[in-house]
Design a protein around this ligand. Sequence first.
Ligand SMILES: [Zn+2]
Length: 116
Amino acid sequence: MTTFNDFLTNAKSAAKSAEQKITDCYDLTKLKITKSKIQSEINNKFEELGKKYYDMAKSGEEADFTADIDSIDDLKEELNNIDIQIATAKNMKSCPVCAQLVDKDANFCSSCGNKF
Ligand SMILES: [Zn+2]
């Protein structure tokens, strides 16, 4: 027999799981926003790099690109971390070789065939 207390317990746990789903969705949205911000930052860096190279070629003066390349690499690493977090939030994993999102339980990457 279902008592009123059982009913309350079930209602509470249903509410809690709905709340968890909303939190997961919210996290995923936040991660996707962060990802697109980083992507546009990378594009800006590439644009700067292109302009710097253009100026160098035009003026004939040597320019140092090390810092620019390093900051792009840092952003790419950040992007990788975000991909991993998104994969975790979606209950998936990111292939360490090609970054393809695959099911958490997959044994092979569906994109490059990498074995996990
Ligand atoms: Zn792969």
